[in-house]
Design a protein around this ligand. Structure first.
Ligand SMILES: [Zn+2]
Length: 503
């Protein structure tokens, strides 16, 4: 393969030894040299004039849900962008049922009760009124709640006397105490009865999702789904082998499935952290503090890395405690992760840095949910919501992520929110936590690569690293993605074959 010289660029290398250069030489998909001038490029090298644009390492999304994103693309869209009322949801479900085979599942997703005219979750009565005969599963935008109609509830075996599994909630009608169809964190139960999408339906959706990531400049992702195991590994191996998955993927392993995935990577697929869910429900944690500490110590002792899902203050505090205890009892160079850390307890930033914890957070939520936080969270806590500035100041590691499909695929919205702390309505949330462009970019590149175990080859521009780049219009919160390269080859905008011109 011929060499490629990217020149006339403002290269942000994310390498403190040599932060700024103007050129990068690529050979066989990897970076061969970094510097200024022509870098001893052979005369036959292909030259790409970057016209003064910013060349940065490609983005890494350190926490998203690829298969869920693809599944959502195969579902009836009930997101706020598509529908704003329960009547609207009913109309869409009715339409889908009219086209579906008798008795087949109707999958719908993306509703957000706070964005519906009725300001409430739909119930099974609402769904039954639209679709009485097919089982219906309507997923909440967050993925943590689901509404089933009556047929689906029966199939899932959820009845009046069904006990709630730990950490889950079965909502009930106020009038008769019967399950309302709304379930929180019961995907383990629901997934058992909803048949998986057939491969030939799923594969194009996965490929579509992967191409959306690529177009947004994201070339490596970590799938953080807590139910991942051998089944998901085998599926992704098949998708990559069939050419449907043109991304580097790190697959977390759910704690229930720890040890199922092979340690040896498949070419563009590797096993990641062990995922542990930690919920705060009615003032209690599930699992409780002691149980969590035991789980974390056990994963740590086995030499694996743990990633604890912890959103609220008490959960984040418990996750820090559990990891710090495990590290004290058996010091290891491991960097365990806390996912989300939306509300960090007082002093938490310094404690996380000391315990070598990497926080993998979603700065775009400042934009997406900031107005709700400003209304609902007491003002004295505002500066501890997504406190990226404090975490970095404490010398902590922070990686950014989209959590797609919870939020849209792509890095720019999160990049802007980390810099400006602006909400959708234009308010500013916790301005003291704002960071500059390069710190925000580091969260989407170097820190993301390290969080995914890819730090040696991704997230920076230095000899030996993969030539995965984004070309940005400028180095500010107004940056737009101009072009995306994987292993030195243009992948977005999708290159068009130029017709041969006769002269
Ligand atoms: Zn997630």
């Amino acid at each position: 393969m011929i060499d490629t010289l990217f020149y006339n660029a403002r290269v942000l290398t994310m390498d403190s030894a040599r932060p700024r250069v103007t050129g990068v030489l690529v050979r066989d998909g990897a970076i061969a040299a970094v510097g200024d001038g022509n870098l001893a490029a052979p005369p036959c090298a292909r030259h790409i004039d970057c016209a003064g644009a910013v060349l940065a390492p490609a983005f890494i999304d350190a926490h998203c849900h690829l298969l869920a994103t693809a599944a959502r693309m195969c579902s009836v869209d009930c997101s706020p962008a598509a529908v704003r009322s329960i009547a609207g949801i009913q109309a869409r479900l009715r339409e889908a049922a009219a086209r579906a085979k008798a008795g087949s599942w109707i999958r719908a997703a993306g509703y957000d009760e706070s964005q519906l005219d009725e300001r409430r979750h739909p119930t099974r009565r609402d769904l039954d009124a639209a679709v009485p005969h097919h089982p219906v599963r309507l997923l909440h935008r967050s993925g943590h709640a689901v509404v089933l109609n009556t047929v689906a509830l029966h199939l899932a075996g959820i009845a009046t006397d069904t006990a709630e599994p730990p950490g889950a909630v079965i909502d009930r009608f106020a009038d008769d105490g019967e399950p309302s169809g709304l379930l929180f964190d019961m995907d383990d139960v629901v997934d058992r009865v909803v048949p998986p999408l057939p491969y030939d339906e799923l594969a194009p959706a996965v490929e579509g999702a992967a191409r959306t990531f690529l177009a947004a400049g994201v070339t490596a992702i970590c799938d953080a789904t807590h139910t991942n195991g051998a089944r998901e590994w085998d599926l992704l191996v098949r998708l990559q082998a069939d050419g449907h998955l043109p991304l580097d993927v790190t697959l977390m392993e759910g704690i229930e499935h720890a040890g199922e995935m092979p340690e040896a990577p498949f070419p563009r697929l590797r096993r990641g952290h062990v995922k542990v869910m930690l919920h705060e429900l009615g003032g209690a944690l599930s699992p409780d503090e002691d149980e969590l500490a035991r789980i974390v110590a056990d994963v740590h002792a086995r030499g694996r890395h743990v990633a604890v899902h912890a959103v609220e203050e008490r959960a984040v505090a418990a996750a820090i405690d559990a990891i710090a205890r495990a590290q004290r009892a058996m010091p290891r160079p491991h960097r365990h992760r806390i996912e989300h850390a939306a509300l960090v307890p007082r002093g938490g930033a310094a404690r996380m840095a000391r315990a070598r914890i990497t926080v993998v957070t979603q700065p775009a939520f400042v934009f997406e949910h900031g107005d709700r936080y400003l209304r609902e969270v007491p003002p004295e806590k505002h500066s501890r919501l997504y406190p990226i500035g404090d975490l970095l100041l404490a010398d902590g590691r922070v990686a950014a992520s989209s959590d797609a499909p919870v939020a849209a695929i792509g890095a720019l919205e999160g990049l802007r929110a980390a810099i400006a702390r602006r909400t959708r309505a234009g308010a500013v949330l916790g301005p003291a936590q704002a960071v500059d462009f390069e710190a925000a970019l580091a969260m989407w590149t170097r820190a993301g690569a390290e969080a995914c175990g890819l730090g040696a080859t991704r997230g920076g521009i230095a000899p030996g690293m993969a030539a995965d780049f984004v070309l940005l219009s400028e180095a500010s919160e107004r940056a737009e993605v101009v072009a995306v390269y994987v292993r030195g080859e243009l992948v977005a905008p999708v290159p068009v074959e130029r017709p041969h011109l006769r002269t």
